[in-house]
Ligand binder design. Structure first.
Ligand code: AMP
Length: 603
């Protein structure tokens, strides 16, 4: 057996180690199951070396015996003090690398002597050399220094059969980098790289803290920023709220006894809306988009020449990041692979390639289609007839699982007592072209004017079980349903292959023209009378079924086995149900057929 080559992401704040096992790159966790090793080194009270979590735990109490962010000093002459001794940055980094090496040895049950280590694209020769030396000091031969964005791209395309250009957008806690990487049959090139070493999620926290502290000062005349403990508590609370806002439309911050005025304790209780947070961070994200443009200009490329946009770094979980990139590139960015672990996984992929090992596409559990609900869309100015078939996605496709997401919607009528929740999967803005996976009604809503807020939460677990909850925000009235089998397990590359298969099959012709996206709208619910089954529904379903059959027939004519046989079978089920006017069976049969067509169409 050849020597294993491990992959290491040696980060400023955190580091990880990964390896390819049976063709799959995996990140190796510590004994508690945590894949992340804080890049912190310290000396305990007894002089014992501490690396990772124990070092981080003593940072507040003993900063003089603890070293953070050594990566920022790599390649320089400056030494750091730890206890009675002075160490070069290479030596401190070596302690982190050795800890990761030992973790890998424990997992593999054998010695490890080779590694691929990643560095930022902008690292100069001295910084790269220092990283190599750190590896040697840790007892490893660094067989390749790999650029971080290249590593991220490699995970998405481990076998690089064709030339592919990636834009890697990396937004962490304190730094931002954007790089354009080209992969082609083992030749990797960073075509351009830009960034800001002082921009990241920590700035978002500060902005949110500023907003909350200003409001608190206006209300109580106390500035929470002036008290160190109150400030620290608030900072932690706003970071938690920020993370919650990535998945929910609002987040509540509650901190009891956070301050005192004239001997009276003061409590903080505030709700932040995602839109408010997005307004705060908008200017910072615009700055990152300027860097994206500079990188494109430097590489002399246009947005349409980028094959895939890949997200790296914890702060890319902020939905506005994905939206801005999608608006710019006309394609949703790839977020299937955990943005904290992507670089280490890519380093492992490179290690396996160097060791002539086979590497498969990474298997990830994701939602292959978006999941959301049917809403009535009312134009802001009431200038035209409302669209009652508007699809409002809640969990976007390619979201890693498990996923819990919620969005807020409003009633349209005064004193509206009930709302029908219809859950769909698909990518069309019109639910009639998506696949309905379930429905239910929430009744007994408060008698209030239109605009009553309902929070709809989708909770999708790894087994594909989807729980849908609707909650009236003002009263807490809740209704929930569970839908089985709402997802599929997909290999990243399998989707690409399926897409190609479809393109070969279909050629350029389209079945139905895309619906025009509707401008500026309020998302609103209405009571949809079409929900009740009856002759009307049968009529609608039969029209849909015929349209679906037409589409299927065109595809079957061009399809090859086994797709052809399967499509024929499903189409026959639809024809039989249609002929017998069995509306219930027809719904199931069209659902099955459209699922398969959908899979072909939308992957
Ligand atoms: P990194 O440096 O890549 O580990 O990223 C850390 C940053 O990501 C910190 O600012 C975190 O607050 C931020 N972060 C982590 N999870 C989320 C999330 N779910 N939504 C928004 N930001 C997050």
């Amino acid at each position: 057996m050849t020597d294993p080559i491990i992959g290491i992401d040696l980060g400023t704040t955190n580091s990880e180690v990964a390896i390819v096992v049976d063709g799959q790159p995996i990140v190796l966790p510590d004994e508690s199951g945590d894949p992340i090793l804080p890049s912190i080194v310290g000396l305990g009270e007894d002089g014992k070396l501490l690396v990772g979590k124990p070092a981080r735990n003593q940072w507040v109490l003993a900063p003089e015996r603890t070293i953070k962010s050594i990566k920022r000093k790599m390649g320089g002459e400056e030494k750091v003090e730890l206890g009675d001794s002075r160490y070069s940055p290479q030596e401190i980094s070596a302690m982190i690398l050795r800890s990761l090496k030992e973790r890998a040895e424990k997992h593999l049950g054998r010695a490890v002597s080779k590694a691929v280590v990643t560095v930022p694209a902008f690292f100069n020769d001295a910084q790269r050399q220092a990283t190599r030396e750190a590896g040697a000091l840790a007892g490893m031969d660094v067989v390749r220094i790999l650029n971080e964005p290249t590593a991220a791209a490699l995970v998405y395309d481990p076998n690089q059969e064709q030339r592919e250009r990636f834009l890697v957008y990396d937004l962490g806690g304190g730094t931002f980098d954007v790089s354009i990487v080209q992969l082609e049959a083992g030749v990797y090139e960073v075509l351009a790289s830009h960034g800001d070493t002082r921009l990241g999620g920590d700035d978002f926290d500060e902005l949110l803290l500023g907003r909350v502290a200003d409001d608190f000062r206006d209300a109580f005349g106390v500035d929470l920023r002036e008290n160190r403990v109150a400030r620290a508590r608030l900072l932690r609370a706003v970071e938690d709220a920020k993370k919650k806002l990535s998945d929910h439309p609002f987040a509540r911050i509650e901190e009891e006894f956070i301050a005192e005025k004239d001997g009276v304790p003061l409590h903080l209780s505030v709700e932040i809306e995602r839109s408010e947070f997005e307004e705060l961070i908008g200017p910072l994200l615009n700055k990152t988009m300027e860097c994206v443009q500079k990188a494109l200009d430097d590489a002399r490329l246009t947005a349409s020449q980028i094959g895939r946009v890949v997200l790296v770094g914890g702060s890319t979980r902020t939905p506005l990041v994905g939206q801005l990139l999608e608006d710019r590139f006309g394609q949703p960015p790839h977020r299937e692979i955990n943005p904290d672990l992507c670089v280490a996984l890519g380093a492992a992929v490179q290690g396996a390639i160097l060791g002539a090992e086979k590497v498969d596409s990474v298997l990830v559990d994701i939602t292959p289609h978006s999941l959301g609900i049917k809403t009535l869309e009312r134009p802001v100015d009431f200038a035209y007839v409302p669209n009652e078939f508007r699809f409002a996605p809640i969990v976007e496709r390619n979201t890693p699982l498990p996923a819990i997401r919620s969005e807020v919607f409003c009633t349209v009528a005064d004193n509206q007592p009930r709302v029908d929740i219809e859950v769909y999967q698909g990518e069309s803005a019109d639910v009639r072209r998506n696949h309905r996976v379930g429905k239910f009604t929430i009744e007994g809503l408060a008698r209030v004017p239109a605009g009553n807020q309902l929070v709809v939460e989708l909770n999708l677990n790894l087994d594909g079980v989807l729980k849908v909850t609707a909650r009236e925000k003002s009263t807490g009235l809740t209704k929930q349903i569970t839908i089985e089998n709402a997802m599929a397990r997909f290999a990243v590359e399998e989707r690409g292959a399926a897409k190609e298969r479809l393109e070969r099959l279909w050629g350029p012709s389209e079945f139905v023209p895309d619906f025009e996206p509707v401008e500026e709208v309020n998302r609103v619910f209405g009571n949809s009378p079409a929900l009740d089954p009856g002759p009307q529904e049968g009529q609608r379903e039969s029209v849909q079924a015929r349209a679906l059959l037409e589409k299927a027939e065109r595809i079957i004519a061009k399809a090859a086995d086994p797709d052809k046989v399967e499509l024929e079978r499903l189409a026959n089920d639809v024809r039989a149900a249609l002929a017998d006017r069995r509306w219930g069976d027809l719904a199931t049969a069209t659902g099955n057929l459209s699922d398969v067509l959908f899979y072909l169409e939308d992957v």
